[in-house]
Structure formats: C-alpha cells, structure tokens
Design a protein around this ligand. Structure first.
Ligand code: TYD
Length: 219
C-alpha cells in the first residue's frame, strides 16, 4: 500500500494518534493555544465524530450494547464517519488556509481494525483510500505509551466516558500499540513518534518543535 498522493492545498492538516490515555487531547489543546497566539487560524477536531452526521455514526460504533458488531462493519463505519467529517469539517477549513489539528485519523483504523482486530492493514487501507480520496495529513504525531500506563490514566479520570473499546482487555490494547508501531515503520516520512510517558509540558515542547518545523517547510 502507498500513501495518497494528492497534497492538500493552502491549509495544513496535522493528525494525532495514540492509544487510550496517551494525552492527545491535552497536547492538541496546548498546540492550538500556541498556534492561536502566533496568529494562525486553527481548527481542532476529532474522530470518530466532529460533525452531526459523523457523531451519529460514532454513537452507533461506540454504543456499549453493540457487542455483536462485526469487525468489518466497524471498519466501514469508521471509514464512513471519516469521510463525512473530512468533507464537512476538514476540507473547508483547509481550503480557507487553516491549520487543522485532528484527534485520530486513518492510522487509528490501521492500528485498531487492521492490526488489533486482525482485519489486515492492507484491507483496511483500501476502504480508507476510497474514503479519503488522497487527502492525507502533512504530519502525524504518534504518542507512544505503554498500554498499562494509558489505562491507569483513564481509570484515574473519573469524568471520562467509558466506551465499548475502553472495555477491551489489556491484550487488545497491547496489539493496538504494536499496530501503531508497525504503521509508524511503514510511513516514516509522515509519522513522528513521541514518548508519551514524559511530562505534558515536555511533550508539548517537543511536539511544538516538530509542528513549527513542518509549518516552515510547507510555507
Ligand atoms: P474516544 O472516546 O474518542 O477515544 P480517545 O479519547 O481515546 O480518542 O473513542 C474512540 C475510540 O475509537 C478509541 O477507542 C479508538 C477507536 N477508533 C478505532 O478503533 N478506529 C478508528 O478509525 C478511530 C478513529 C477510532
């Protein structure tokens, strides 16, 4: 499988990946603040969801009672939600020149559905290729963390909603991590791996260096 070739014009599309509790939300918030202070037009968004139709699809996927959901159905629903969010949120923002920071994108499907659920990365790539039509991120920051540490963090966060995937066992989350590492190996020119065990401020500093370099490069 190859990366899509159509570069996104004008704006810059950045995605964030990582297992449960890896700190994506906090990092995205910190980067968005810095970008806004520097005068950039910034849009922060997330998958699955991020638009009313995509949020409806998200509710179907993550519903706790949907334990009978077939793996391929799940993969197709994620791809459908991705498509809708791309068309409604990401592409219009990029067209006006914004920097889009998106919590999860295609690599989540490769790691969770392709690798951890065993559907095959190439197969999952194919349905997503159809969904994204070549619109790939300029850079992806992958927050790498031991699954034990990530799960301990989300258990400590009493306010966080618990969804169907959070209820998976440790073995599943270990596979997700292995999947992400495999994806990062496949796309070294796009994916930057960051150590998510470090303190949030250090993580923010490191991520900011990569982001600033990417923005200089794409100027
Ligand atoms: P969410 O509550 O948004 O989790 P997080 O805060 O960790 O991003 O739930 C999203 C869940 O969906 C998460 O467990 C990862 C999973 N997921 C996939 O399995 N495949 C995908 O393509 C995407 C986007 C998410």
């Amino acid at each position: 499988m190859r990366e899509g070739e159509t570069p996104v014009s004008k704006g810059t599309f950045i995605t964030f990946e990582g297992g449960e509790g890896s700190g994506k939300t906090t990092l995205i918030g910190g980067l968005a603040d810095r970008l806004q202070q520097a005068g950039y037009d910034v849009v922060t968004t997330r998958e699955p969801g991020g638009s009313p139709i995509a949020e409806s699809i998200r509710a179907v996927i993550l519903e706790r009672n949907h334990t009978a959901m077939d793996g391929r159905t799940e993969a197709l629903l994620y791809a459908a939600a991705r498509r809708q969010h791309l068309v409604e949120v990401v592409l219009p923002a990029l067209a006006r020149g914004a920097i889009v920071l998106c919590d999860r994108f295609i690599d989540s499907s490769l790691a969770y559905q392709g690798y951890a659920r065993g559907l095959g990365m190439d197969e999952v790539w194919e349905i997503n290729r159809f969904a994204v039509e070549g619109c790939m991120p300029a850079m992806t920051l992958y927050l790498d963390l031991e699954p034990e540490a990530g799960l301990a963090r989300i258990r400590a966060d009493a306010g966080r909603e618990v969804n169907r995937l959070d209820l998976e066992g440790l073995a599943f989350h270990r596979k997700v991590r292995d999947g992400y590492r495999e994806v990062a190996r496949r796309y070294p020119e796009r994916i930057v791996t960051l150590d998510a065990m470090q303190a949030p401020d250090d993580l923010l500093r490191e991520a900011w260096l990569h982001l600033a370099a990417k923005l200089n490069e794409t100027k």
